[in-house]
Design a protein around this ligand. Sequence first.
Ligand code: ADP
Ligand code: MG
Length: 579
Amino acid sequence: MSTTPTTPTPDSKAPHYPDQVTGMYILARALKNLGIDTMYGLVGIPITEFAYLAQMEGIRFVGFRHEQQAGMAAATHGFLTKKPGVLLTVSSLGFMNGLTATTNATVNCYPMIQISGSSVREPIDLDQGTYEGLDQLNVAKGLVKAAYRVNKPEDIPTAVARAYRAAISGRPGGVYLDVTTPCLGAIMDRADAEKLFFQPVDVCPAMVPSPESVDRAVEMLASAKKPCILLGKGAAYAQVDDKIKTLIESTGVPFYPMSMAKGLMPDNHPQSAISCRSTIMEKADVVMLIGARLNWLLSRGHGKWNPEGKFIQLEIDPKEIDCNRPIAAPVVGDIESSLDAILAKLQGKKMAMDPDWVPSLQAESKAKNEKFLQRLVPQTVPMTHWSALSAVKKVLEAHPDTILVNEGANTLDDTRDAIDMFLPRHRIDCATWAIMGMGMGSTVGAAIATGKSVVAVEGDSAFGFSGMDFSTICRFNLPCTVVIFNNGGIYNGIGVNPSNNGDPAPTTLDVKARYDKLGDAFGAQTYYVTTPDELLKALTEAIASKKPSLIDVQLAADSGKESGHIGYLNPATLIPFTV
Ligand code: ADP
Ligand code: MG
């Protein structure tokens, strides 16, 4: 992308510094003005110089090896900070690679802005064939929350303000900002450029729910016999942890966290119903959803709701209400304003909750947890997922302030179930789309956004999508440890090719691969472990070192099954394809 012999900029005049500036300078200043302090991306024509200018303006530039991972980092940065994460891409392929992550951010409601350079418009519009020509704005439009193109340098501050507002106001999401090559390179007198900047006011306005909706919700919650509060990643994103704690503890209502809401309240809290998902679905008479959608994760093959049950939904996007099930008490507003109003209304209110409800959930949790822990006893070598997790659990639960990034099939499901979380926003995973290939990007984004240590627990297949960006962890010397559960395949490593032509099966990868050597290539601290004891020692040492580390965990090839816990999503065949 950066190796074209000539720079195809129509106006290749250089500005006279310091009296003149370019569109690129205006873009960097406009981002800085809005408090953007970090940008993730991969440079090349036409945005290389812009990245340097951003660095000159004090914006941190985190350069990646693949735009998709830079985008995953920006999205994770947005989720953790409540400010848009920024991704910078080159035109055409770089734009397309990044767009995958921007689309994923939109599905997951993470605020993010993808800024991409784009080619000169005229030959694109006439389809004449030009360097990296693509009608990027129109490609992006159907996939993101909002998309804008800026053609003139004078419009850049407005474009940046619009993109910023679109990304974080209302339901957060991914925004695409297209900046054409002529606009990036356009020259202006500095004095004129300085007059363009303005400070946008109230970029993420509060959205206060109507008093009637609050009354309705409070009445319904207070009169419920078997209520439950269901927390989603919107609740984690909202950063109102104390208010959520107050709501749960003052009402005594049990709670169930979705995957990325784990830790918003400690998983071992006495009101946690995390082990009682089906009981909650079948028996609760009122479920209060806070920043959670009733999408595929909470319907279809994932359990059946009590047909008599009612829902209260605290949600910022009015279009979400009734989307899968009727919502008896919608509270449309931002979670903070909604909780303020609900907590005020609940003051002195008597709860009608059945006194046996929470104790019965606690008894169920105790029995299930004891049974679950039996799985985690270290077993034979080579290890299964569970024996490896017995070690990971001990180390991570002793370091609760470590952020856990997690993807894979069995590696995702089993790790989520095994590792308790105790702090908000400490679990990042493949979220609503259930995609693979967010690992290294999200690890970098989490470490840069928070300065905390990050541990990524990756299936070997999942790691393959983003593995090269382990080098980004090393280049930026981040306190991150990547743990690869290698069972040699997608789901497992015992697939059989039914044709016997000597090729590997479609699910087969590399059970003998030494991923630790990949880490060696970039100067990381590396380990190859075959027992839970070795894994425990390696992970403890890696976290303590705060250095880029990679642990190759050798599992048995037959550990793991198709689709983890959700086999119903994958149509079955009559051909036996594993040994
Ligand atoms: P989970 O997968 O954890 O259930 P989802 O991503 O499905 O979470 O749902 C998150 C919901 O939270 C989305 O519907 C989103 O519109 C909503 N949301 C995000 N931020 C806020 C906020 N600040 N206030 C209210 N709702 C929010
Ligand atoms: Mg695997």
